[in-house]
Design a protein around this ligand. Sequence first.
Ligand code: ZN
Length: 198
Amino acid sequence: MKCLECGNTMAKTVGDHIYRESGMEHVILRNITKLHCESCGAKRVQIPAIAQLHRALANALARKPARLIPSEVRFLRDHLELTNIEFAALMGVSQHQTSRWTSTEPIGVPAERFLRLLATFGPDLVKPRISDEPVEEQLKILAKTAGVAPAEFAQEAIEGIAQVIHHLPPPSAEARPVKIGLRHVSSGSWKQDPLAAN
Ligand SMILES: [Zn+2]
């Protein structure tokens, strides 16, 4: 690949990339192609399947063993495609409060549990994009999003909630970052790296 700055050929390496672009300091992407221009020093990283990566990250955070920290709350809010106003309305608190949760202060225990549940289902269950459709139609669309038959959707949803509750930390658990490593498996797929999970 040519350098966008100077036009020289860029050197290619494959390795770990700390995914600070996510707004978090503790997410490591494995097997990432990195390009470096030896003439002008320009650097680029190639991150494939971003939407799929963000779903994998949201799932990892929903099951994280420690309490969520503010940068993770902010990532999940953005993943759910919520503005701060919408996030505050959904959580039933002031915008001042949600601003603190996404910057400085630990999120409250009930709110954290609710956010983890929302995170496992993703933006399609949160944003009322399809609310003009009849209920049966909405169910079909949601089932399609989740990749299951409409009849199975309710059951899947219940199992999803049970899975999240099983992984919740105790309310007294400390809010702290837990290193999350994600391994790139193919062009459309990311897997959490078990070795980096703690
Ligand atoms: Zn260059």
